[in-house]
Ligand binder design. Structure first.
Ligand SMILES: Cc1ncc(C[n+]2csc(CCOP(=O)(O)OP(=O)(O)O)c2C)c(N)n1
Length: 321
């Protein structure tokens, strides 16, 4: 599959937007303006950008904590994200949550819950529901290397396999599950080797190269949309910051970080854009500048907004409130 200029530039936009938002969230966290932790997908922006570029309007996404780019790729704005993290009343969760647990029914993005693996069966079930209604939906379920050790992961992948549910189960292998390295997580060579055990196809991709990933997965997504079945994808990537901003990640060898810094997803996307003739350096700089000003305006505007009024605390607990 060869990507066109629109898709190529859209992926670059999504990654630049995600990076600019997360850089600001990190600062807001260190300024004490965000309650609780801040978890980012810094260095992992390509997976969400590539999958969103391949998805259709009826598709379902269940992102995890590293997948802000999937939210952005499906239509979330910088304002949505800052309102959410700052707990503002007009944010996606109305200020009830000030963390990653937000989604958008309109965009087909389900708000994650924290229990690792638990969103995969949700994604599988949601796609089945839409398929029963005659829609052409495909699911995109994200999980980390650590999350693949859960029972929910196994149950959901096996169930999707025997029911032929078209879901892309995207394992982002970023080398660490908090401080647990992959050598203490699994014994197979690659996580994607497990696909054979489920009787499904497995594909290993460079998780930092959005263009290469979209080119590799594009035909697969089209095929499972027509001939429904799940596919297991392992994206090789790296968590470039701590588990959350409270974590100094001193347990990660510097050489590993250096190796992946040289393959930063945005750097690769810019190179691909230049090589394909979609955007030269000046055009990519201009795009980054425009995005930065959108992000700067959004966080300032969100900071100026109010939190929900305490008297509304019990509203929305039951449907119809
Ligand atoms: C079932 C379950 N066990 C433990 C946790 C606590 N926990 C949250 S994130 C995390 C590490 C996740 O690692 P991984 O799946 O590799 O994703 P990454 O953070 O590297 O993206 C753990 C242990 C949890 N949320 N759910």
């Amino acid at each position: 599959m060869t990507l066109d200029k629109d898709k190529g530039l859209e992926m670059l936009r999504v990654m630049l937007m995600t990076r600019a938002i997360e850089e600001r969230l990190i600062r807001l966290y260190h300024q004490g303006k965000i309650y609780g932790g801040v978890y980012t997908g810094y260095g992992q922006e390509a997976t969400g950008a590539a999958t969103a570029a391949l998805a259709g309007p009826n598709d379902i996404f269940t992102p995890c904590i590293r997948n802000l780019s999937a939210h952005i790729g499906r239509g979330a704005s910088a304002m949505d994200v800052f309102r959410q993290w700052l707990g503002r009343k007009d944010g996606p969760t109305g200020g009830r949550d000030s963390n990653v647990h937000f989604g958008s029914a309109e965009n087909g993005v389900y708000a994650m819950i924290s229990h690792l693996g638990a969103m995969i069966p949700v994604c599988v079930g949601a796609v089945m529901g839409r398929r029963y209604r005659g829609l052409d939906s495909v699911g995109f379920a994200f999980i980390g290397d650590g999350g693949t050790s859960t029972g929910d992961f196994h149950e959901a992948v096996n169930f999707a396999a025997v029911r032929d549910v078209p879901v892309v189960i995207m394992i982002e292998n970023n080398h660490y599950a908090y401080s647990t390295p992959t050598r203490e997580q699994y014994r197979c060579k690659h996580l994607v080797d497990r696909a054979a055990g489920y009787g499904i196809e497995g594909i290993r991709v460079d998780g930092n190269d959005a263009v290469a990933m979209a080119e590799a997965l594009g035909p697969v997504v089209e095929d499972i949309r027509r001939n429904p079945r799940p596919v297991l994808v392992e994206a090789d990537t790296m968590r470039m910051r701590g588990h959350g901003e409270h974590d100094d990640f001193s347990y990660v060898p510097k050489e590993l970080l250096d190796a992946y810094a040289a393959r930063d997803p945005i750097r690769l996307a810019r190179k691909q854009a230049a090589d394909h003739g979609w955007a030269d350096d000046a055009a990519a700089d201009a795009l980054a500048g425009e995005i930065q000003s959108v992000v700067d305006d959004a966080y300032k505007a969100a900071l100026a907004e109010s939190r929900p009024d305490a008297s509304t605390l019990t509203l929305g607990v039951y449907a119809g409130d």
